[in-house]
Ligand binder design. Structure first.
Ligand code: FES
Length: 139
């Protein structure tokens, strides 16, 4: 009997992604064996959650909500500001691999829109200048 069960899968996936700056197919297969869960279940959970990815993530993952309420609150201003400061667009990594940029589903900061996340930290009520200052803190 495994020391884990299904409710452990999501936290373990998130932890693995954080430690390795992304998940690989080999990681999921290894977790499937370690957690004693079917391979397709581990892949299914990974593909369902927009915070999990089979692509390299970068040390700092910038996430912008693509849901309608944020779309109506200057989402494009955030995308353009990140692109101007880091020269990357959604789905891309900086050349040094430090920053990844992802569009994601609602992350619960609707009242702070326009907002973004960098790893687990939410930044809200953004302006182009505020975004530039935030990103430069990580450089
Ligand atoms: S709708 Fe964008 S954070 Fe909730």
């Amino acid at each position: 009997m495994s020391e884990f069960n299904r409710r452990d899968l999501l936290p373990v996936l998130k932890q693995n992604q954080r430690e390795k700056n992304g998940l690989s197919a080999a990681d999921l297969e290894e977790l499937s064996v370690r957690l004693d869960l079917p391979n397709n279940e581990v892949f299914g959970v990974t593909s369902f959650y927009s915070f999990l990815s089979l692509k390299p993530q970068g040390q700092y993952v910038i996430r912008i909500c693509r849901s309608l309420p944020c779309h109506l609150q200057e989402q494009q201003m955030i995308v353009q500001s990140v692109r101007r400061v880091l020269a990357i667009g959604p789905g891309e990594l900086t050349k040094d691999g430090r920053f990844g940029f992802e569009m994601t589903d609602c992350f619960g900061a609707c009242d702070l829109a326009p907002a973004l996340m960098i790893n687990d930290q939410v930044y809200g009520h953004l302006t182009p200048g505020k975004i530039e200052r935030i990103l430069k803190r990580f450089s």
